[in-house]
Ligand binder design. Structure first.
Ligand SMILES: *[C@@H]1O[C@H](CO)[C@@H](O)[C@H](O)[C@H]1NC(C)=O
Length: 381
């Protein structure tokens, strides 16, 4: 080893210490499957706005968890953290984001481009053009998109129609932008919107949510994946709210979000399974079990077991562990999980085996949620 001068050695130690601490908090664990290979398939297959945003979140949680809202201090000083635009997730997201339009991607859905909004806000810490882009996206959601009769933001631009999917697109972004803008009012609006979406999408006789309510593509089935979009979306809103000092007094809103997430998890846990996987429509025994909804809902269970172990005790961890172990048998040597539901046609009765970009991202969420649960001492390695 070449000799180093003492100043350089102490500089290296200074640099090494925070990294060593971060690595200890985010130690990789053995989940029984390869999350990095899953992420590679996700990146290779993603080709739509919501897939890019979903993938960017997965890459952030996988490679830079300290920047994600699941990190221990994602808003130092009550602010969005400075973020290196060359980090994996941000360099990935950047190529898809419009710098100059009303919305972050030109798209036929209202919510889907907003899935890239958290990336835009993080990119905005080093290039303010991306803050402008994020603000125009939020203006579109809040002031241009149609509203359902109860005030819920539509997922379609031409009619008022609510999709549970939008819970993972628009609202984690609006909550994150509330931190950027230091706006308790936008944070509060975001939680209210989650409640308004639930008011229409959750039938009174069911814990699980319906997929789509509206005049264009109505689907009153309890789609497993869309319950996962809703659950994980609200998990992200909840963590954004709780970890931001500006919303310290919003404990009632946090409690509401937790109860809405619990309904979705309890509905999924009571729905039974097909060969260890949740059915594509949770309450319809004619449907096959598939990986996408199973992975994302299990990730929700791990996140909440860490967030509130009294409200989400070990029975939630045990359920997620059983699902994770089944899922581990569904990954091939290239990292691809199947069978999934066709991500472009939820009514398709053929098992999708070509690699669902969102399903692959959900497997990454499952991994990061399990990793963080083990490192928190709540889950067993
Ligand atoms: C946010 O706004 C509050 C209330 O006006 C203020 O006290 C606080 O310093 C602001 N925080 C930041 C990070 O600007």
């Amino acid at each position: 080893m070449p000799s180093l001068n003492p100043t350089l050695v102490s500089l290296l130690l200074l640099l090494a210490t925070p990294q060593a601490t971060a690595a200890a908090a985010n130690d990789d664990v053995d989940a029984g499957f390869d999350a990095y290979a899953a992420a590679q398939v996700m990146v290779d297959k993603a080709s739509h706005s919501w897939e890019w945003g979903t993938a960017a979140e997965a890459l952030l949680e996988l490679h830079n968890p300290e920047l994600s809202v699941f990190g221990s201090n994602p808003f130092p000083g009550g602010k969005i953290p400075p973020a290196d635009p060359s980090t994996t997730a941000l360099a990935y997201a950047k190529q898809f984001i419009n710098r100059n339009s009303q919305t972050l991607v030109d798209d036929s859905a209202v919510g889907d481009p907003a899935s890239l909004g958290v990336s835009a806000v993080l990119l905005g810490q080093s290039d303010s053009v991306y803050i402008g882009a994020a603000e125009r996206e939020a203006d579109f959601l809040l002031n241009v998109a149609p509203r359902y009769s109860n005030g819920a933001i539509s997922h379609r631009p031409d009619v008022a129609e609510l999709w549970a999917d939008n819970m993972a697109m628009s609202f984690p972004f609006l909550a994150y932008l509330a931190v950027e803008q230091n706006s308790t009012s936008l944070m509060s609006t975001t939680v209210q919107q989650c409640g308004l979406q639930r008011q229409i999408l959750k039938p009174s006789n069911s814990l699980s949510w319906q997929h789509i309510i509206g005049p264009q593509s109505q689907d009153t089935g309890l789609w497993s994946t869309s319950n996962g979009w809703a659950g994980y979306g609200m998990v992200r809103v909840l963590h954004t709210l709780q970890k931001w000092s500006g919303s310290a007094s919003m404990t009632a809103e946090a409690a509401q979000l937790k109860s809405w997430i619990k309904e979705i998890l309890d509905g999924a846990m009571q729905a039974g399974s097909d060969g260890g996987l949740l059915r594509n429509y949770l309450n319809d025994a004619s449907w096959f079990g598939e990986i996408s909804g199973t992975a994302v809902l299990s990730a929700v269970a791990y996140r909440m077991a860490v967030n509130d172990p009294a409200m989400f005790p070990q029975s939630y961890v045990a359920w997620a562990d059983a699902n994770r172990k089944t899922l581990a048998t569904k990954q091939d040597g290239n990292g691809l999980f199947s069978p999934a539901v066709n991500p472009y046609d939820w009514h398709d009765r053929n098992k999708y085996t070509a690699g669902s970009p969102e399903g692959q991202a959900f497997a990454v969420y499952l991994y990061t949620a399990y990793r963080d649960c083990v490192n928190a001492g709540v889950c067993q390695a």
